[in-house]
Write a protein that binds this ligand. Structure first.
Ligand code: ATP
Ligand code: MG
Length: 366
């Protein structure tokens, strides 16, 4: 067969894409920040709704910490509740994502819409309480990403001690987040802990069906079921992977769904690794560099790598709690093995180390 010239290939591909793009009725539903008009209800949302309503009626803060794996619907449920209760003017909400605002200072500055320069945290807090004397719910999303520099997480202390009785809704995919809080914050915050379980295949099918109805104007049931099954089996039920797979399939229905799924999974994995802080990247680097995968020797390698970057390494306890975080992101597996009568943990990377090498080089070697 004669090789096709570039121009012809380009024109054909463009025609093909244009044709398939027309299959998409509403691209917004495939955006990860899209908030559906009716998100799938789940049992776990009930205690959160109850806590908000109790606060609304009594004014007594009922703090909540939602824990759950990536893509288990923490943000979408919180934002949806903020939308409906906020629109009805029943409660005031302040939503801040701690990935972007990773210190108490930045969180408050963002809540006030000011630049965090030249004022102290106390001043910012004073201004805030002055401007918001009414019942207010702080939603602090991805709270586990508050910087280690903000050791005391003062914002939590301030909110929980506020005479204005503010309430806080914390979202985290680090299952041990609350154990890292200092004793005085824990005792004033006293959050009710709600675990968002990973979705099962049926729930994923429902979420995808709703998206397909609006986004594609049809319901490809067999494809949806296949995507749901693969997502449950291979990703800890990360809905993002499922949504992205459906979208890619709609654009290129000729390609096997398995290939779309793998591409979506890899793209999302790259995003997760890119978003990690330096310390967690060092832990993964150590795990990929050690043939012996025992936690203790990986901790040794991690300390050496941190020293090479002039970073203060985590203590062993802190290192260990970060392992559960990395596991909840689907990046590693902690495997318990028995060695001469005692159990010890090994770490297994759950992704291709080539991805890590590329991101490492971009961050530290350029
Ligand atoms: N119950 C639901 N109904 C409809 N869509 C959902 C539901 N749960 C999750 N989704 C969709 O799945 C995607 C991931 O959900 P979300 O962002 O809420 O996850 P998350 O738990 O906050 O994850 P992370 O820990 O990574 O922040 C979003 O696009 C969201 O709209
Ligand atoms: Mg989220």
């Amino acid at each position: 067969m004669r090789p096709m010239d570039i121009e012809k290939y380009l024109a054909e591909k463009q025609r093909h894409l244009l044709k398939n793009t027309s299959r998409i009725r509403d691209i917004n539903v495939f955006n990860f920040n899209y908030i559906p008009a009716k998100p799938l209800m789940r049992e776990e949302a009930k205690p959160v709704i109850d806590a908000l309503l109790r606060y609304q009626h009594s004014g007594i803060a009922n703090n909540v910490l939602i824990l759950g794996c990536r893509g288990s619907g923490k943000s979408v449920i919180a934002k949806y509740l903020m939308q409906i209760l906020g629109n009805r003017k029943q409660l005031d909400f302040i939503y801040v994502n701690c990935r972007q605002c990773n210190t108490s200072f930045r969180i408050l500055a963002s809540a006030l819409g000011v630049r965090p320069r030249g004022v102290s945290l106390d001043e910012l807090w004073y201004n805030f309480t002055d401007l918001h004397p009414q019942k207010t719910v702080f939603i602090l999303d991805e709270i586990d990403l508050i910087s280690n520099k903000d050791k005391n997480k003062d914002i939590l202390y301030l909110i929980s001690r506020s005479p204005n009785n503010y309430m806080v809704l914390l979202l985290s995919n680090d299952p041990k987040f609350h154990q890292l809080l200092d004793a005085s914050t824990q005792s004033t915050l006293q959050p009710e802990i709600v675990h968002f379980k990973s979705y099962n295949a049926l729930e994923l099918q429902k979420i995808l069906t709703d998206r397909a109805k609006i986004g594609l104007g049809c319901i490809p049931t067999a494809i949806i079921n296949e995507i749901a099954a693969m997502t449950v089996k291979n990703t800890n039920s990360d809905v993002r992977v499922a949504i992205k797979t459906l979208y890619q399939w709609a654009l290129e229905p000729g390609i096997p769904i398995k290939d779309h799924f793998e591409t979506a999974r890899r793209d999302i994995l790259v995003d997760i690794i890119k978003d990690l802080n330096d310390q967690n990247l060092c832990i993964l680097r150590a795990a990929s560099s050690q043939h012996d995968s025992y936690v203790k020797s990986i901790y040794g390698a991690y300390r050496r790598i941190s020293a090479g970057l002039n970073e203060e390494p985590f203590s062993y306890v802190h290192f260990y709690s970060n392992l559960s975080y990395l596991q909840s992101l689907g990046l590693i597996l902690l495997i318990s093995t028995k060695i001469s009568k005692t159990y010890t943990n090994r770490i297994q990377l759950a992704f291709d180390p080539v991805v890590l090498a590329a991101i490492w080089s971009l961050r530290f070697e350029q």
